[in-house]
Design a protein around this ligand. Sequence first.
Ligand code: HEM
Length: 450
Amino acid sequence: MPVDLKATLIDPADPTYKPLLDNLQGNIIKAHGRMHTASLFLRFTGTPAVVKKWISDFARQYVTSTSAQIEQAKKYRNGKDGGIFGNFFLTALGYQNSQLGIMPRDRQASFNAGMKNVRIQDRLGDPPVEQWESGFQQDIHALAFLADDNEARLKAACDTVTASLNGVATVLTKEHGVRWLNDKEEDIEPFGYRDGVSQPVFLKGSTESPGETRWDPSASLELVLVEDPNVPGRDCYGSFLVFRKLEQDVRKFNEQVSRLAQALGTTADLAGAYVVGRFKDGTPVTLSDKPGTIEPRQHIDFDYEQDTEGARCPFHAHIRKTNPRGDTGRLAQPGIPLEQERRHRIARRGQPYGNPNGGAAGLLFLCFQSDISLQFEFIQSSWANGIHFVKMNGGLDGVIGQGTQVPDGPLWCKTYGSLDETIGFDFSDVIKLKGGDYFFAPSVAFLQGL
Ligand code: HEM
């Protein structure tokens, strides 16, 4: 019997889900958690038969199912090595070029169009493709992704895979990701803020689901899963992946935070929290004007019901833009049901690149969803870039907003919690898209059977 995709917080030990988890690639409903990653962006050059054989071999050797990932995680918790982890993703061009079967389709066919499509570029406000890194400017067919805590083993696997591609595909570009950790060993992104705090939760018993009162992080499988059209009726699912290499201008970010803090007569800590919506330690600014003052549980379990004017957390703060937690129902006219707003959520699985001690750095942003147009594209275009989102002239998302800013910049409160005195300040332009594409993560059965 097919699995009900409306199910939330599924129990991986329930046999109902075994075929699904055995055939679903890892990292989609739960992060793989490895320290180092390598992403090889490929263009196929071999005949379809050669390409199919290579994909099938790669899948048998490296691609990790969700079931295997869960087993590895158990081993890891018992102090053992989790081992190497792998994924394989295809673009629409990849399916076409090597005749890999029926092309998966999302509702607005964003996947089929790809991230370089002019309609999509226009919707997202992205810089022209000629300004991307050269490897990403070319036609990408696939992404072979490997991850490991052991950097030397990852490098060796990468070299083996690259050598095996002779006569099969060209490596257009290679990206290395690495987790950046703060002094409490928590994940941070290159601006220094905790990342990966708030996520949709799919599995029962996940630590991120702490018995909520204000925000329910649980999500049904249909938020990220779609049936693999090439293996119908066998509980074989896949997911659409958005990949974006986003360079972060850390110096510019810090300079703008200092200038904003000066203009407001407040600390850089609080000014930065207004931009992101959280302090560096993850404390939501809507709950406190100081870091370290609330229980970790509340870092996830909160909403903006006590802050409907945006006097504590601005409407243009990154996390308020990208997950409004009911704002669109409470404040937008006409109100949108919470369930509809929650349908835009994405499973973020990105990782920083670069070195915390200097040089170019940023995020290899990855997110999974079942509908690219309704989820990633909607968040970026309607919310982050939408200057009138929830509030007229609210402004761009200070972290990722692209497009035309409101004249004189969005408004910021001089005193935490009070709208009596506000100033306009244009905080923007701190990240730059260097390249990316839309991919599909086919089922393990499909990949192995090619
Ligand atoms: C949350 C940074 C790109 C969507 C966060 C958080 C930080 C952050 C620090 C707070 C931690 C957390 O709640 O997990 C960044 C940086 C980016 C970036 C530095 C670019 C370099 C994006 C993009 C999107 C996005 C491109 C989607 C279009 C989200 C969402 C959340 C989030 C949905 C969770 C909000 C919540 O549930 O409260 N981001 N982000 N981010 N970000 Fe980003």
